[in-house]
Ligand binder design. Structure first.
Ligand code: UFG
Length: 332
């Protein structure tokens, strides 16, 4: 069944790729975004690539009336809620803004949905809810315990969603716990373009590859991992967004609340990622080992079995594909 999907925060890196995947799968897309951390023009590029149009509303997901009106005007049938502040370090400095923004936008969007009679809700959660995991790969049944305000907003919203889903059988709600997204659509037209200094590894490596920065600071080589540097599960953003389409399409046969990890199930260290980028670009990426970053963990790798079996989804692209497509999106 073709859905008309409201993507809150749909102009960002993951949101614009989600819009693309939804359009390619035959769904219609409406976006509400306040453009605080989004590249103007990304959705126009998505329209160009797909030959389909997107209804874009420049506004805030916390504006309940606006969101309700947007859903009614456009015949929205499902919501993918991505609108959020997302920088871990910043969240430690600005907890009031993080709890205020992220919790309010989720609750307000749910309230608007109930008023408009829209009952399918997909939530952008994060592997950060696992905190420092007891072991890897991590199944959805692992214990939860975010270690920073950003992660705690995801954890708290998950709790709220479970209660909301239990309160009225019309709701179908799914939380998707993302591991570390990299890459871009194969067209290279839609890139990850963080505003200011990148926090995440791949945008930092891309800054060095393109000459915008001299070297990557590697945060510690004394972790208990394969080479002492941090290990993560880097998932290609196109695989990640295809996971959203699969989750949405599975909802017609589901009810209540579900949680899925979206990851490859394979770990890559910081040095392995740098090497993979060197291999696909032919460049040499300068780096320097420095102190551990506060709040970091050694390893975070998904067990994606539940999504594989229940959603019929699995990653199709490798870490090397993600490196190639991140690089490809820098050059266009
Ligand atoms: N790293 C460096 N140098 C950098 C940036 C990162 O060495 O300049 C290392 C980190 O120490 C870590 C790895 O690269 O070992 C990945 O770091 P990222 O900042 O790219 O990603 P994180 O795993 O720390 O965090 C990401 C998202 C969070 C999310 C979390 C879920 O940024 O929003 O994954 O696990 F919560």
């Amino acid at each position: 069944m073709a859905e008309t999907v409201l993507v809150t925060g749909g102009a960002g890196y993951i949101g614009s790729h989600t819009a693309l995947a939804l359009l390619e799968a035959g769904h219609d897309v409406v976006v509400v975004d306040n453009y605080v951390n989004a590249k103007p023009g990304a959705l126009a590029d998505v329209e160009d690539v797909t030959g389909r149009s997107i209804t874009v509303v420049d506004g805030d997901a916390r504006d309940r009336k606006l969101v309700e009106h947007t859903m009614r005007e456009n015949g929205v049938t499902a919501v993918i809620h991505m609108a959020a502040l997302k920088a871990v370090g910043e969240s430690v400095e600005m907890p009031i803004e993080y709890y205020g923004n992220n919790l309010e936008s989720a609750i307000s969007t749910l309230d608007a949905m109930r008023a408009a009679g829209v009952w399918k809700f997909v939530f952008s959660s994060s592997a950060t809810v696992y905190g420092d995991p007891e072991s890897c790969p991590i199944p959805e049944t692992a214990s939860i315990g975010a270690t920073n305000p950003y992660g705690m907003t995801k954890q708290m919203i998950e709790v709220i969603l479970e209660d909301v889903a239990a309160s009225d059988e019309r709701w179908t709600i799914t939380s998707l716990r993302y591991f570390n997204p990299i890459g871009a659509h194969e067209s290279g037209r839609i890139s990850e373009a963080p505003i200011g200094k990148p926090n995440n590894l791949m945008p930092m490596v891309m800054d060095v590859a393109t000459g915008r920065r001299d070297k990557v600071m590697v945060f510690g080589n004394d972790w208990p991992t394969v080479d002492g540097t941090g290990v993560r599960d880097y998932i290609h953003v196109m695989d990640l967004v295809e996971g959203h389409v699969a989750a949405l399409e599975a909802m017609s046969a589901q009810s209540g609340y579900e949680v899925y990890n979206l990851g490859q199930g394979r770990g890559t260290s910081v040095l392995e990622l740098i090497k993979a980028v060197e291999d696909v670009t032919g460049l040499s990426i300068a780096y320097e080992i420095t102190d551990r970053r506060a709040g970091d963990i050694a390893e975070c790798v998904a067990d994606p079995t539940r999504a594989n079996t229940e959603l019929g989804w699995k990653t199709r692209r490798s870490t090397a594909d993600g490196c190639r497509d991140s690089w490809n999106s820098q050059n266009t």
